[in-house]
Each structure stands twice: as C-alpha cells, then as structure tokens.
Design a protein around this ligand. Structure first.
Ligand SMILES: Cc1cc2nc3c(=O)[nH]c(=O)nc-3n(C[C@H](O)[C@H](O)[C@H](O)COP(=O)(O)O)c2cc1C
Length: 187
C-alpha cells in the first residue's frame, strides 16, 4: 500500500460514502436546519446520540441555546434536500421558507420535518470541543417515524426500505442496493 504522511482531512473523500442526516433546532427566535455526516449513536441506556458540528455553522449556537435538537433520516429520493440544507446557511437565508420545509414542533420545541422517515427528538445533555468541531450529545426522548418506511415489531423499529441517503463526497450522493443484502445471523 502507498502512504500519505501529509493530508487534508477536508478533502479525504475516500472515507465516504457515509450516511447523511439532517439536524434541526429552535431557540425561540431562530430555527436551525443543517446536514450532517459526522454523527453517531453513543449509548443504548440512556439512549445517547452525538452530532459533530463546526462552530462556523449557524446551527451550532442555535442548538446550544435551544438545549435540544432533532435528527432526521431521509430516503434517497430526498438527497437534493440534504444537499440544499447542507450547502446554504441560516445566517443568510431562512431555509424553512426558502425550501418550503413542512414541520411541526415537538414537545422539546424541535422542528420535526414531515418528509423524514425517522426523526429522533433529543434534549441536550453535554458538549465537548474536539479540535475544530463540537461534539454535541443529546438524549433521545422520543422517535417519530413514517409507517410507509418503518415498521415497529415489538421492541424492534425496522427499516423497510433501506435506500437511505449517503453522501459520497464532492457533492455526490448514493444509496444502498437492496440486491446486495445478505443475512449472516438469525435474530
Ligand atoms: C452531506 C453533508 C454533510 C455535512 N456534514 C456536516 C457535519 O457532519 N458537521 C458539520 O459541522 N457540517 C456538516 N456539513 C456542512 C453543513 O451542513 C453546512 O455548512 C450547512 O450549510 C450549515 O448550515 P447553517 O449555517 O445554517 O447551520 C455537511 C454538509 C453536507 C452537504
């Protein structure tokens, strides 16, 4: 294998494709909406979820002021929406108006976007500065889902159509091919 001792993480697109989600928040004055690939579930119990947000994003301070955020998962057909909210800033435009975002406010006052198949309604628990990003951790209080895409079987919340949005870098999007699905363990 060849090696690069010097690299720019910003352009290290070989780590993609990565699943992309959309975070929202409302601080009582401003509504945030941004795309994310740097996110991670962190704990089963309590159900903790982390998002890594650059302080340069308008959404960064909105989320910290709101002390809550929601994370949305979309079907691949909504890739253009993920691109639009991830390439424009709430500092300059009202993305909710500009992109006709249909939403309602959760009990945590998070905007829940209606086109998502899954939305995790989180309240803020803590945040850490990690290099040039902030890892914002929230606890999931409730889960919204679209029955057309998600089915609930007992404790299991299952995705029927796995063609979700993946960011491939360089402004490109891709999804998974259901034909490649293999079951390697009986659950
Ligand atoms: C697919 C995609 C994934 C992104 N992932 C992240 C991320 O994980 N963290 C981050 O801080 N910004 C990420 N961004 C950039 C922000 O979404 C983008 O800067 C957005 O315009 C910020 O909006 P705001 O200024 O209204 O908060 C991503 C953008 C795209 C298109």
């Amino acid at each position: 294998m060849k090696v690069l001792e010097k690299f720019n993480f910003k352009t290290l697109y070989a780590v993609y494709p990565m699943s992309a989600v959309v975070a929202t928040a409302y601080d009582g004055e401003n509504k945030a909406v941004m795309s994310l690939v740097w996110y991670t579930p962190l704990s089963f119990d309590p159900p903790l979820y982390g998002i890594s947000v650059s302080p340069k994003r308008f959404s960064h301070d909105v989320i910290l002021r709101a002390r809550a955020f929601a994370v949305h998962y979309f079907h691949y057909e909504h890739s253009d929406f993920v691109e639009k909210v991830g390439s424009t800033s709430g500092r300059f435009i009202d993305k909710y108006k500009e992109f006709n975002i249909d939403f309602f406010l959760s009990p945590l006052r998070n905007p829940i976007i209606k086109g998502a198949f899954l939305a995790l309604d989180c309240y803020y628990t803590e945040h850490f500065t990690l290099g040039d990003h902030t890892l914002i951790v929230g606890e999931i209080q409730r889960v919204y889902y679209d029955e057309n895409f998600v089915e609930v079987k007992g404790d299991y919340i299952l995705l029927k159509d796995k063609r979700t949005v993946f960011y491939a870098g360089m402004g490109e999007y891709i999804t998974s091919d259901p034909k490649t699905l293999i079951k390697l363990r009986k659950v």
